[in-house]
Design a protein around this ligand. Sequence first.
Ligand code: NDP
Length: 296
Amino acid sequence: MTTHIDGNAVASEIRDELTDAIETLASEGSRPGLATVLMGDDPASQTYVSMKQRDCEEVGIEPHHVDVDGDAPADELFDTIETLNDDPDVHGYLVQAPVPDHVDYRQVIRRIDPLKDVDGFHPENVGRLVAGDARFRPCTPHGVQKLLEATGVETEGKDITIVGRSDIVGKPLANLLIQKADDGNATVTVCHSRTADLASKTRNADVVVAAVGVPELIDGSMISEDTVVIDVGVNRVDADTEKGYELVGDVDFDSVEPKASAITPVPGGVGPMTRAMLLYNTVKAASLQTGIDVDL
Ligand code: NDP
């Protein structure tokens, strides 16, 4: 029997656990605050930002939001960042990617106060993560670790193949999983578009994490029996639905599921975990900035 890993259920438990910490902070006059910044009017980004706002409201985090005109000079966005760095009510914030082409996203990230960098993308936070002293684990990799833990999958001594080497998923996840830690100690192979014989790398793994952005790239022929399969991918493909599309992962669920020992669905797998871990990082940021100890 293949375990279907329920990301919504695990995320809901994490959110429940955060509620106590949020109330502790609030009772001491420091309700955690999360700000989202959106430059431009990309519809998908608008949806992501409003979901993050709603998540905050549901757990008692104070949401803040700033819109910046998509045609404004980069300096206007940088001024917004300065203001948020100085705002004591905002404990964490993120600038929703992608930003318009005339803005250098790396410059954006470098300007964010590392103590408020709840995405965990600032070079100081990336360095700390690599050094084994993470302040904020990036939300998606952290969510994947929590899903494995909740499913009872020990990572120690396991061969884990990650397909994808992005700065937000593949690289940080690889760094976390090789650390000398209870939720690390794995032997990690990181694959990308130039990897020769991808299937041999995925077939050799106890755990496969797909973070590619190519619909259903990983099929049953690429997976060995009893593999744990975590599908990070979210891809819109044309479909005969009301919206004209459906969401599919990077894993061909129908051919992989019968061979896997456990698998995440899309949607309802990694996505809700990413959102929950953003709330987690916001609570952690509030605790770090106020010096109020909370149980996380
Ligand atoms: P990126 O486009 O930044 O990175 C994709 C990676 O996949 C790259 O390393 C690329 O290689 C590699 N790749 C592309 N094609 C192939 C191929 N044919 N074989 C092997 N490797 C390949 O994507 P992200 O990491 O940002 O996102 C990956 C997916 O995860 C997307 O579908 C995205 O929507 C989803 N996502 C989901 C989240 C969630 O919460 N569920 C959060 C974040 C992302 P190379 O480096 O050589 O180009």
